[in-house]
Write a protein that binds this ligand. Structure first.
Ligand code: DAH
Length: 360
C-alpha cells in the first residue's frame, strides 16, 4: 500500500520547485518549457497520478483533490509569471525605443550649385536673352572638329601631345585620332553643320557652354575646365556687332558698366582676331596687383570667323560672315567673386562651396 502522506508531500515539493522555477524563467520560451515539464502529459504531476492506483479506495479522492489543487496552483503561478514577463518585455521595448529629447537636432543643410555651374548658367542666360540658341557638343572629339575644320594646321603646337589629351586606343571610322576637346570651338562646326543639314540658312546665333580638357595644372590652369563659345553668322556681320555683344555681355555679367578693349591677336579660326580686355574690376582701371598695374584684364579670345572655317561646313564666305569668341568660365567667376586660386573650384572644400554656391 502506497503512503498517501508521502504522495501529498511529493506534491508539495513539486509545487514549490515549480514556483521557484517559474520565478527564475527569464522569458516566455523558458516558461513554456516549464509548463511541459510540470503540467504536460509526461510531466511531474502525471507521474504522481500514476501512483494513485496503488492507494486504498478511500484515499484516492483525497489525493485527487490534492492533485487538482496543486494543478490549479501551478497554472495560476504560471499565468502570473507570464503576465510579469510580458510586462517586462514591454518595458524593455519602451526603454529601447526611448528618444533622448535633450539631444541636439540633426541639421539639414541645403545643397547648392557649384560656383562654376552657377557661372555657366549665368553666362549662358545672358546670351540666351540676346537670342543666341544653346548648343552642346561631345567632350570626346575627333581631330577634324577640334583642329582641321577650325583651320588649325597639323604642325600647330596645340596638337602636341603635351597640350592635348589624345585617346590613344580610340579612332573614328575614318581612322582619325580621337581626343578630349581642348576648347568649345568645335561646337561651331557641329552646330553649323547640323543647322545646314536641317535646311537652315543663316542667320545663326549660338551659345555653347561645356567642359574642355588640357594637360595643365597650376594656380591658373586645371586639366579640366569650362568654356562658353559664342558665335553668330549672317550677312554683313562685322566687328562692331562683336564689340556690341561683348560690351553688353560683360557689363551684364559683372553688373556694372565695364570698359572693354580689343587687342589684335592671332587665332587660326578667326581673321582678324582680337583678345578682349576689360577695365580692371578691382581698381577700376587705376592699376593694381591683379591687373599688374596695367588697369586692364584679359578675359577672352575673339574675332571674325575665318573664311576657311565657314568653307569647311559649306557656307559661302563671300556672302556670309560671322564673329566668334570663347571664354573661360572659371576665370570669369574668379574675377567676379574675387577668388584667388583656380584649384579651389576642384578641391571641393565644403566651406568654399557653401560660401560661393550661395553667393548669388
Ligand atoms: N578656342 C580658343 C581657346 O580655347 C578661344 C577662342 C578664341 C574662341 C577666339 C573663339 C575665338 O571663338 O574667336 O583658346
Amino acid at each position: 500500500m502506497a503512503d498517501i502522506d508521502a504522495m501529498i508531500e511529493q506534491l508539495d515539493v513539486i509545487l514549490k520547485a515549480a514556483v521557484d522555477a517559474f520565478a527564475a524563467a527569464g522569458d516566455r520560451e523558458a516558461l513554456q518549457q516549464l509548463r511541459v515539464r510540470y503540467l504536460g502529459k509526461k510531466g511531474a504531476l502525471t507521474e504522481v497520478l500514476k501512483g494513485v492506483g496503488k492507494l486504498s479506495p478511500e484515499d484516492r479522492p483525497v489525493i485527487g483533490q490534492h492533485v487538482n489543487r496543486t494543478k490549479a496552483a501551478l497554472a495560476e503561478s504560471l499565468e502570473q509569471r507570464e503576465i510579469e514577463l510580458a510586462e517586462k518585455a514591454k518595458t524593455a521595448r519602451i526603454e529601447a525605443e526611448k528618444a533622448d529629447i535633450t539631444l541636439p537636432g540633426r541639421k539639414k543643410t541645403g545643397g547648392a550649385l557649384h560656383p562654376v555651374q552657377l557661372g555657366l548658367d549665368e553666362i549662358t542666360a545672358v546670351f540666351a536673352q540676346m537670342g543666341f540658341v544653346v548648343a552642346e557638343g561631345p567632350e570626346i572629339e575627333d581631330e577634324f572638329h577640334n583642329f582641321d575644320a577650325l583651320n588649325i594646321p597639323p604642325e600647330h603646337p596645340a596638337r602636341a601631345m603635351h597640350d592635348t589629351f589624345f585617346l590613344k586606343d580610340l579612332q573614328t571610322n575614318d581612322e582619325q585620332p580621337m581626343l578630349l576637346r581642348t576648347h568649345t570651338s568645335p561646337v561651331q562646326i557641329r552646330a553649323m553643320k547640323r543647322f545646314l543639314a536641317e535646311g537652315g540658312e543663316p542667320p545663326l546665333a549660338v551659345v555653347a557652354p561645356g567642359r574642355v580638357y588640357r594637360c595643365d595644372y597650376d594656380v591658373t590652369h586645371s586639366p579640366m575646365f569650362h568654356q562658353v563659345e559664342v558665335f553668330k553668322v549672317d550677312r554683313k556681320v562685322s566687328m562692331a556687332h562683336l564689340k556690341g555683344v561683348l560690351k553688353h555681355f560683360l557689363s551684364t555679367y559683372f553688373e556694372k558698366d565695364v570698359a572693354i578693349r580689343l587687342r589684335p591677336h592671332y587665332f587660326p579660326f578667326t581673321e582678324p582676331s582680337a583678345e578682349v580686355d576689360i577695365g580692371c574690376v578691382f581698381c577700376a582701371g587705376k592699376g593694381c596687383r591683379i591687373c599688374k598695374g596695367s588697369g586692364w584684364i584679359e578675359v577672352l579670345g575673339s574675332g571674325m570667323i575665318h573664311p576657311n572655317v565657314l568653307k569647311s561646313v559649306g557656307i559661302d564666305a563671300q556672302e556670309f560672315s560671322g564673329f566668334a569668341f570663347g571664354l573661360g568660365v572659371e576665370r570669369l567667376v574668379m574675377l567676379k567673386q574675387g577668388i584667388p586660386d583656380l584649384r579651389l573650384f576642384f578641391e571641393n572644400d565644403v566651406r568654399f562651396l557653401r560660401r560661393m554656391g550661395a553667393s548669388r
